[in-house]
Design a protein around this ligand. Structure first.
Ligand SMILES: Cc1ncc(COP(=O)(O)O)c(C=O)c1O
Length: 428
């Protein structure tokens, strides 16, 4: 596969974009052949500027649920765009969309809309503090809630004081959660949690029902708000809030990424209890009221309600998981596949159970070179435009990758990426 044009773009980006690229779409920590720029996206496929096609297991880091360039969703977007989008006041789409989420999600009695997941988590944080004028918020250690000063995992340029009223606990450890709440004393504003553990590198997966119920009870006992950050997992596990499986409803839930299948919109949904606080906080943004992404979100929600996307993405994820399992067994390379099958985190392990960074890297490098965009340390996302044939093609490439795997010592990794990933592994 040629990559001359992609490399030239990379060189140009180095001159005019800090670090060549910023944030999660920088490929600096991925294998060297990973393309950073794409010219086209359709269904589950991406094309780079050299014309290479990739089966994309990342789904845009989450926003792609029904397939890139989805005809019906994009038609809803385009027809709204032709009428009114960003203007001096919102259109009625904002009410229709709020009504639709209130109908769909049990705890939701109101909705407000913003653009990114970080907007939604930051609004929830402020609302929880406004609720009873309390300050302490309990978070899980190392959980990602976005890139604002209060939550970015890389703290360069922040002053640390934004975090002075957070208390951290071990995710899925009810005792540790209770201890954190005890520390907050009578100043507990809320608890913010993700519905599943989906951090990079570490094993992903669901918490216990006991933990979820404990979080609910502690918030009730302390007149504090339970906030569930559904930005990554929302509608990928359930057509409801993810903790409906435990019978636990939050007071606030935060959504983003796939709400409009890639068009920019995120949301905070809230219960009656939180309505007063949400009405008092001042939150806004120039593009938060744009109507076209709302029209796209309405169509996306209709597809969530009326199609079997959820069951299909689970089935496809299981097909991938079972296939990779058997390929890795026959190659004698232990694989770790965690998280829900439709949001898989796939990494290779050494004999001692530690993450095998070189093998995982080399695997992703070979996969990319054969047209499969596989991520070496972030959970991936199966989308509903994928087919069993796509999964089988991924498995064929995986089989080839494991058969042609170089010896661990012969695998070269960019030293900066190796150091960053090994420090992640050591800390986790
Ligand atoms: C759980 C969770 N919360 C919040 C965010 C932040 O979302 P955004 O990047 O849209 O600001 C993310 C992004 O990955 C996320 O996974």
């Amino acid at each position: 596969m040629g990559q001359a044009k992609g490399k030239a773009l990379f060189g140009r980006a180095q001159k005019v974009i800090p670090g060549g690229m910023y944030g999660h779409q920088s490929t600096a920590l991925q294998s060297p052949s990973t393309p950073q720029f794409f010219s086209k996206a359709e269904g589950t496929y991406l094309w780079d500027y050299d014309g290479n096609r990739y089966i994309d297991l990342m789904s845009g880091y989450g926003p792609n649920l029904f397939g890139y360039a989805h005809a019906e969703i994009n038609a809803a977007f385009a027809s709204q765009l032709a009428e009114i989008d960003t203007a001096t006041g919102p259109s009625a789409r904002i009410i229709e969309l709020a009504e639709a989420y209130v109908d769909q999600i049990a705890h939701a009695e109101w909705a407000l809309f913003c653009k990114n997941g970080t907007d939604a988590t930051s609004i929830a944080l402020r609302t929880a503090r406004a609720y009873r004028g309390k300050r302490k918020v309990v978070l899980a250690k190392d959980t990602y809630h976005g890139a604002a000063d209060w939550c970015t995992p890389f703290q360069t340029g922040t002053i640390g004081e934004e975090r002075s009223h957070f208390i951290y606990h071990e995710y899925n450890n009810a005792e540790s959660l209770e201890q954190a709440v005890r520390e907050a004393g009578d100043d507990l504003a809320g608890i913010m949690l993700t519905p599943i553990r989906h951090e990079v590198i570490v094993d992903n997966g669901e918490p216990t029902a006991e933990y979820a119920k404990c979080a609910r009870r502690l918030c009730d006992d302390h007149d504090a708000l339970l906030m569930i950050d559904e930005v990554r997992a929302g509608f990928r596990l359930e057509r409801e809030c993810s903790w409906c499986r435990f019978g636990v409803d939050p007071d606030l839930s935060m959504w983003g990424k796939l709400l409009a299948n890639g068009h920019p919109i995120s949301a905070v949904l809230g219960s009656e209890k939180a309505r007063g606080a949400a009405s008092k906080v001042y939150v806004t943004g120039s593009f938060w009221f744009s109507a076209a992404p709302m029209a796209a979100a309405l169509k996306t929600l209709e597809l969530i309600q009326t199609t079997d996307y959820l069951e299909r993405t689970i089935d496809l994820g299981l097909r991938l998981r079972e296939g990779l399992d058997s390929i890795s067994k026959s190659a004698g390379l232990p694989i770790s596949q965690t998280g829900p099958a439709q949001m898989p985190l796939v990494m290779f392990n050494q004999e001692n159970g530690q993450r095998d960074i070189p093998i995982t890297y080399a695997f992703c490098e070979i996969a990319v070179e054969h047209g499969v965009y596989f991520h070496p340390f972030h959970n991936m996302f199966i989308n509903a435009a994928m087919t069993a044939a796509d999964i089988d093609q991924i498995l064929e490439v995986a089989d080839r990758a494991l058969r042609s795997m170089p010896a661990r010592d012969a695998i070269e990794i960019n030293p900066a990426a190796r150091a960053a990933l090994e420090s992640f592994v050591a800390e986790s």
